[in-house]
Design a protein around this ligand. Structure first.
Ligand code: ARG
Length: 571
């Protein structure tokens, strides 16, 4: 049990003893939620506002606080004082330091992990890039949030399935094949890759303006793909391979991987069943020639299932995909890490699943996120303002390399470290805010070694490693009294809360909570580092501070891992 919970439990126990049989009092969970960290450590390590008890007890908070202190159940966890209607808790610092450090060292790299997910499966649909398009910065958030959530759930014992729901279906692929046959060549496409495919696609639209009959030809080729025509499919699969080869480089740089690449086309032969089922359950109606599921009662526009010409839609494939995933993985949760713009789409799809009678529809969650802009400029494919992810990452590595060259010219593996720091800077920026907030990517912020940034956290980790290299001490008993100062205690408090942070992050699908935690821990460590000499002349003190450094390092390393950052040992 963490410290806050123990204080909350003691408070509940005391409250029940002092005020037996009163209704409407908070339980320990609620008390824990109300515990705050006072801005001034002189006011205690935690404080509980007794205002919450005033109504059920019909007493003034000041009186309640005093009565609680008088009746306080004694323990070695914390001392308590009543001030202005608050209960101020002062941890028994020595015990707290000893317990926290012992626990982290015992758990090691498992610190904060858990078994609560055992036997449960979480599917995560993330990254889900589109075929024949370059991997641009607009797909960074889905990739990194999904990747981080996967690691977080893994860490909590869940079985996870990472799915890249490829955008590999649609009439545009018919047009692309048509353009390739008319104006392309194998060599050009092999050489130019996805850029050449884009060129062909743009060319198609230019030519179509002059000759509208091209549209039919495009449709003709799309139909051929749908009907699994050998030639059409082989060209299409080749385009797909090219795209995946292009994106594989990015995934490798980011350290991201998937368990499945079942994309939209995978559901081609699985939609018939869904359509039949919708008919059987009398959920399909006709609207202007199209087949839809009416959602008027639910306050949403109808969900389109089949177009006038009988072709399926994005939503049709998502319905088939959800059912397939449930049949295959028996998920307890299926997360869709997709931009906030698709909010309506997912609400519709989940609602249709519910109407079909799938009670597990409630376990499907749209994990939405905001937009990303670059150096203050909104990105738009239409205006040609796109930032190719591979370019961005390579630039980040180059810039990191320059900074490292300047800061640590003697470093041995500069290339390796530059890669870790450059990529880390991008990942950190992406996961540094509440996911629903828009992000503005700025180089000087991302790579600011002194600010709140990836390099800053990595640098602090490397600093810990350097202390540990120099320390090399014999194992001895921990002299916890050396860790009762304010700086050590603030750091320890953050470290002791880390397991809770992971769970909160999982519950809210919010990796940024971990980013926040590692940043706070890095800052607290640096404060401690500047205020105290780690390798003190008193060996017992030195040993205690080294132990604190060791647990800090462990938690930083784990935290960075959970958000998808690497942790170099030297920088
Ligand atoms: N490919 C889509 C896009 O780039 C995202 C797909 C998300 N996943 C899904 N099951 N619909 O916008």
């Amino acid at each position: 049990m963490d410290m806050m919970m123990r204080i909350a439990a003691l408070s509940e126990e005391t409250m029940k003893a002092v005020y037996p049989e009163v209704q409407g009092l908070p339980d320990k969970q609620e008390i824990r939620g109300l515990l705050a960290v006072p801005p001034d450590p002189k006011m205690g390590d935690y404080a509980f506002p007794c205002f919450r008890l005033a109504k059920p007890l019909r007493q003034a908070p000041v009186k309640i606080a005093q009565a609680m202190v008088d009746g306080w159940i004694h323990s070695d966890v914390a001392r308590v004082e009543a001030v202005n209607g608050y209960l101020n808790f002062f941890l028994q610092r020595e015990n707290f330091a000893r317990e926290t450090i012992t626990r982290v060292l015992e758990d090691g790299l498992q610190y904060g992990s858990g078994e609560e997910g055992k036997g449960k499966t979480v599917c995560l649909d993330y990254s889900s890039i589109n075929i024949a398009k370059r991997f641009h910065i607009g797909h960074l958030s889905t990739t990194m949030i999904g990747h981080s959530l996967k690691r977080i759930y893994d860490y909590l014992g869940y079985q996870t399935v990472g799915i890249n729901h490829l955008g590999d279906w649609g009439t545009q692929f018919g047009k692309m094949i048509c353009a390739y046959k008319k104006w392309g060549s194998r060599e050009e496409v092999e050489k130019g890759g996805v850029d050449e495919l884009t060129r062909l696609y743009v060319k198609f639209h230019e030519e179509e303006e002059k000759d509208p009959s091209l549209a039919d030809e495009g449709r003709y080729w799309f139909k051929k793909i749908e009907d699994a025509d050998e030639e059409a499919l082989s060209i299409f699969n080749w385009f797909k391979e090219l795209t995946l080869k292009d994106t594989a480089k990015v995934y490798e740089l980011l350290g991201v991987s998937f368990d499945s690449y079942a994309g939209e086309s995978f559901y081609n032969d699985k939609m018939g069943r869904v359509i039949e089922e919708l008919k059987e359950k009398q959920l399909m109606t006709m609207s202007e020639g199209a087949s839809v599921v009416d959602l008027e009662k639910e306050g949403m526009p109808p969900c389109l299932i089949l177009k006038k010409d009988g072709t399926t839609l994005y939503a049709t494939r998502d319905l088939a995909a959800a059912i397939y995933r449930h049949d295959t993985y028996h998920f307890d949760k299926c997360l869709y890490v997709v931009a906030y713009q698709q909010d309506l789409h997912f609400r519709q799809v989940f609602k249709v699943l519910e109407k079909m009678g799938y009670e597990w529809a409630k376990d499907c969650v749209h994990v939405a996120f905001g937009m990303i802009s670059f150096e203050g400029e909104a990105l738009s494919t239409r205006k040609g303002h796109v930032v190719i992810l591979e370019d961005l990452l390579k630039q980040a590595v180059e810039k990191a390399r320059e900074i490292i060259e300047e800061k640590s010219p003697m470093l041995e593996n500069k290339d390796e470290v530059a890669r870790q720091v450059g990529i880390g800077a991008v990942v950190y920026t992406d996961l540094s805010n509440n996911r629903i907030k828009d992000i503005d990517f700025h180089w000087d912020r991302a790579l600011n070694f002194d600010g709140e940034s990836g390099p800053y956290v990595q640098y602090t980790h490397a600093r810990c490693c350097s202390v540990l290299r120099k320390a090399d001490m014999e194992e001895q008993e921990l002299y916890a009294e050396a860790l009762t100062d304010d700086e050590a205690q603030s750091l320890l408090r953050l470290i002791s809360r880390f397991p809770d942070v992971i769970r909160e992050a999982a519950r809210k699908y919010e990796p940024s909570m971990i980013t926040r935690a590692v940043t706070d821990i890095a800052q607290a460590y640096n404060k401690f580092y500047y205020e105290h000499r780690i390798l003190d002349d008193d060996e017992r003190v030195a040993y205690a501070r080294v132990a604190l450094t060791k647990v800090t390092r462990l938690v930083l390393q784990r935290g960075m891992y959970l958000i998808g950052m690497e942790a170099p040992e030297r920088m």
